[in-house]
Design a protein around this ligand. Structure first.
Ligand code: NDP
Ligand code: 2IT
Length: 445
């Protein structure tokens, strides 16, 4: 890392002790930015990096609610409003027991660059709670969401901060959150949340967008080697919103998707995953992958274990951060891996990224490859602002153009900085330059 940047990075780490994931995300971005500061020393003068690493505002709040047995439960809520140089803060809410400030900040920090890469007018933010929705009734989830919004509503708004879903937050949770926002404010402010239901302001393609976009980005990478998804053997981690839609899209492009996982284990389905059955088990019944294996002949279920033990030519990690380490990366590479598209945020450890890059595997980092979700959220905001709704075909076309555009921006930036094919460098510099320009133009704020 450039010595000037390393000094700033060390100060950021010291100012934010114990936030390992935030440290990791900052370090990875800083490792790419030396050459930009050689060309633009004025960025150092204006302390752009120090400002970028300090969120504009961080909100931490108590979320009290009662469970079905009448017991009082207390969770912690977060919203980190990281950077508004390009537009209102935009980013999802994560409900998972592992959530703490370090995870919300890593996600919010990544979101700044991702959102810049989309070319849409959106700043970066993220939020969530350590609430675990697993095993909770609908009524409990609703009471939790209502309590969460009872604090959050004063901080968000169409022109201020626009949350959406992430792990543990899908259309059900967005519905309860929106209902409570409307009730407290007495405003039908569609653009305050994205990922809404289709009959009340949502956008077609938003549910599919992250998974579809990840596959479109990966297909663009494959094209640079004269290849495509057709005939690839694909392994996907996770079996939530991003994973299921990545599986569906990869299959329509001719790939054979043979494995996916949840936090309990993974399935191997050599005949190709049956997406309709997977949706039934995971989305309708909110069940476990084990149930899929029970219902479909010829499928094996491996309890615990790592889905990355299954050979693949294309890997799409779509579950969570740091789920794919250096050893798993080396094993995949030895067994014929050609490309990785990150549907999740920071799923590959720094060791894994090095293994992929050193061995010439096409590697699409999350902040580029999974930007289709937030980009389609911005399309939802556009439709809400004009009180319009677009067709599936039109919206999917827009998503495709945006993903092809992000790929182009990453590839051409990597070329410009003398490291062709390095999408990590391209994404970090491409996103950073846009945000830094806007911050310089807007003065010291
Ligand atoms: P979902 O909640 O729909 O699904 C998450 C999936 O990942 C589940 O299969 C879950 O398994 C698994 N998972 C979650 N946490 C862990 C863990 N700690 N260990 C192992 N498996 C885990 O979330 P999404 O599909 O929306 O999100 C997946 C990833 O994609 C996240 O990294 C998210 O930040 C990222 N992302 C999401 C976007 C979106 O639009 N939703 C946009 C861009 C990125 P289980 O059910 O067992 O918990
Ligand atoms: O990580 C992400 O980009 C998301 N969870 C989606 C954010 C959004 O505002 O749609």
């Amino acid at each position: 890392m450039d010595a000037r940047l390393e000094a700033i990075r060390n100060t950021v780490l010291a100012r934010n002790p114990g936030e390992a994931e935030f440290h990791q995300a900052v370090t990875e971005v800083f490792e790419s930015l030396g050459p930009v500061h050689d060309r633009h020393p004025e960025l150092l003068e204006a302390a752009i990096l120090e400002r970028l690493c300090e969120p504009e505002r961080q909100i931490i709040f108590r979320v009290p609610w009662t469970d079905d047995s009448g017991r009082v439960q207390i969770n912690r809520g977060f919203r980190v409003e990281f950077n508004s140089a390009l537009g209102p803060y935009k980013g999802g809410l994560r409900f998972h027991p592992s959530v703490y400030l370090g995870i919300v900040k890593f996600l919010g920090f990544e979101q700044i660059f991702k959102n810049a890469l989309t070319g849409m007018p959106i700043g970066g933010g993220k939020g969530g709670s350590d609430f675990d929705p697993r095993g909770r009734s609908d009524a409990e989830v609703m009471r939790f969401c209502q309590s969460f919004m009872t604090e959050l509503y004063r901080h968000i708004g169409e022109y201020t901060d626009v949350p959406a879903g992430d792990i543990g937050v899908g259309s059900r949770e967005i519905g309860y959150l929106f209902g409570q926002y409307k009730r407290i404010t007495n405003r039908y402010e569609s653009g305050v949340l994205t990922g809404k239901g289709m009959s009340w302001g949502g956008s077609l393609v938003r549910p599919e967008a992250t998974g579809y976009g990840t596959v479109i980005f990966t297909q663009e990478m494959l094209k640079t080697r004269g290849s495509s998804f057709d005939g690839q053997r694909v392994v996907v981690s996770g079996s939530g919103n991003v994973a299921i839609n990545a599986i569906a899209k990869a299959q329509t492009l001719g790939a054979s998707v043979v494995a996916c996982s949840d936090s309990s284990g993974y399935i191997v389905d050599e005949a190709g995953i049956d997406v309709a059955l997977l949706r039934e088990v995971k989305e309708v019944e909110r069940g476990r992958l084990k149930d899929y294996a029970v219902r479909r002949p010829g499928v094996s279920y491996v309890e615990a274990g790592s889905v990355w033990d299954v050979d693949a030519t294309v890997a799409l990690p779509c579950a969570t951060q740091n789920e794919l380490d250096g050893d798993a990366a080396a094993r995949l590479v030895r067994n014929g891996l050609v490309a990785v598209g990150e549907g999740a945020n920071m799923p590959s450890t720094r060791d894994a990224v090095s293994v992929f890059q050193d061995s010439g595997v096409l590697f699409g980092p999350g902040k580029a490859a999974n930007a289709g979700g937030v980009a389609t959220s911005a399309l939802e905001m556009q439709q809400n602002a004009s009180r319009d709704s677009w067709s599936f075909e039109h919206t999917e076309q827009r998503l495709t153009e945006i993903m092809v555009g992000i790929h182009h921006r990453c590839a051409s930036t990597a070329d410009e900085y003398g490291d062709p094919g390095n999408y990590v460098l391209g994404a970090n510099i491409g996103g950073f330059v846009k945000v830094a320009d806007a911050m310089l133009a807007q003065g010291l704020i």
